[in-house]
Design a protein around this ligand. Structure first.
Ligand SMILES: [Zn+2]
Ligand SMILES: [Zn+2]
Length: 486
């Protein structure tokens, strides 16, 4: 054993572990020594240690370590017995340990205390016992495994980073050589759906081939597409839908446009319907998330205008209201009902009325609109749409005008919010001129009227106005045509 061969004290004591040493007889001895003259060699001191854990918890290496002197050595290992390095080798006649060996338990106590520590608390590695060394080895194994795992992770991360750099280069190269439709909407989608570079690159290729269309349109794009449709029609929207901007298609903007569709007056001139149309056209805009977009409102003057446009004569079915549409407003009251219902009676009655000439299929549609008198946003917004056979008299037109003015004055999105209607503008049709005359010529601007100071010096000006200073505005092209023709 290592400690047995390295420690001279141990060698010496191991040779004579518990033998009695003969003391040379003195001059008075007579051959056979007496018991009082027999002196015992020091047997050493028992090592106080847990017998069950002695082999695994005693730091045997301290006996081989030259820089550490445990001040004792083993006499025997079973039972563990130690002897001081200063052992007197003579214990007199008592047979017990010598005085130096008797002090060994104090030295052993320090070794035992250290043996109870964890390996990290023992500063010198040569003082560790088997269990502490085993613990340290396990810890080091764990550290080695952790480092291996870390190395593996780093290797994978490096490979992934290199792959991503390669894919980024591919994306950059692809974007530099291809016009990807709707590319500006693909980045938000990539963030939202957590696309990796590979997925993003695949999407770019799909977008170019038309297999993928990013449809996360902004409200601005929807508004732009609606404006395009209003200005350029379906072909303009189609062209921009298939351009690099990939604006919403006509089908996509349809639900947003439907909100702004005016309701038709199919059976009568209904003030409530006109009022609803005013709210539809002039209320605060609602974006695609359902939030109201409040815009600063400035009160302005408005023009109420009417005109007619040709219509392909036909009767249509309105599935939303289960009604027939297309009969002239002037005579539609001849029909009992426009509702289709569950049988064909109302349809047959309508057919009979048309055949009898009691009601007509409209060939024109009368459209009433209101427009701001301002530098911007002055587009006419339709508030009244009614089919017409042009066989009504001026009273019908007057009724429509009065209903539109009443709705404009009473609607919460009308005069109270945006300002009054100052001008009623019609074409030169004689029925309309009569209606305008009845509406706008019944009072005169006199002192006390806010307009009086502005026009009192204008000699020859027609000073007659209607309610709320409403003035007529005939289309001069019609006046010129009529004058020239006359
Ligand atoms: Zn001794
Ligand atoms: Zn008619």
């Amino acid at each position: 054993m290592a400690f047995a061969s390295g420690n001279p004290n141990f060698r010496q004591s191991s040779k004579t572990p518990s033998t009695l040493r003969q003391i040379p007889p003195n001059s008075s001895s007579i051959g056979v020594p007496s018991p009082s003259t027999i002196r015992a060699a020091c047997p050493g001191c028992p090592l106080s240690w847990e017998s069950d854990t002695f082999w695994s918890t005693y730091p045997f290496h301290i006996h081989a370590y030259t820089t550490y002197n445990p001040s004792y050595s083993f006499v025997s290992l079973s039972p563990p017995t130690i002897r001081s390095a200063r052992c007197l080798q003579d214990c007199g006649t008592s047979g017990g340990p010598c005085t130096w060996c008797l002090t060994l338990p104090h030295d052993v106590e320090a070794v035992r205390d250290r043996a109870g520590l964890s390996y990290g608390q023992v500063r010198v590695e040569q003082r560790l016992h088997h269990d502490q060394l085993s613990e340290k080895i396990e810890k080091l194994k764990q550290q080695v495994n952790d480092m291996k795992l870390e190395k593996l992770n780093l290797s994978r991360s490096l490979a992934s980073a290199r792959r991503q750099i390669c894919e980024y280069k591919m994306i950059f190269q692809y974007l530099g050589t291809h016009a990807v439709p709707g590319i500006h909407r693909m980045f938000p989608n990539a963030l939202k759906f957590g696309w990796g570079t590979k997925r993003f690159f695949d999407r770019l290729q799909e977008a170019c081939s038309g297999e993928y269309v990013p449809r996360n349109y902004t409200q601005y794009e929807i508004d732009l597409a609606i404006l395009l449709y209003e200005l350029g029609g379906g072909s303009a929207v189609h062209a921009m839908n298939h351009s690099i901007f990939a604006l919403p298609s006509r089908q996509t903007i349809e639900p947003y446009r439907r909100e702004n569709r005016p309701k038709l007056c199919l059976s009568d001139v209904n003030v409530l319907t006109i009022s609803q149309n005013i709210s539809t056209m002039f209320r605060s805009h609602q974006d695609k998330d359902g939030k109201i977009r409040e815009t600063p409102i400035k009160k302005r003057a408005h023009t109420l205008m009417f005109d007619e446009t040709a219509l392909h004569p036909s009767v249509e079915y309105m599935p939303s209201t289960d009604e027939m549409a297309g009969f002239c407003l002037e005579h539609v009251s001849e029909l009992e009902t426009l509702l289709v219902g569950k049988d064909t009676r109302s349809v047959k009655a309508a057919v009979a009325a048309v055949k009898d000439g009691k009601v007509h299929i409209a060939q024109e549609v009368t459209v009433g609109a209101i427009a701001h008198l301002s530098r911007d946003n002055y587009g006419a917004k339709p508030i009244f749409v009614g089919p017409s056979c042009k066989k009504g008299d001026w009273r019908r037109m007057l009724e429509i005008l009065q209903s539109a003015l009443e709705a404009g004055n009473n609607s919460p999105d009308g005069a109270a919010k945006h300002g009054d209607i100052w001008i009623a503008s019609l074409d030169g049709d004689y029925k309309r001129r009569i209606a305008l005359f009845m509406l706008c010529m019944h009072s005169e601007i006199r002192p006390g009227n806010p307009l009086y100071s502005l026009i009192c010096d204008l000699v020859g000006l027609n000073r007659r106005v209607g309610k709320n200073n409403l003035v007529m505005d005939m289309d001069y092209r019609h006046l010129f045509k009529r004058t020239l023709l006359v």
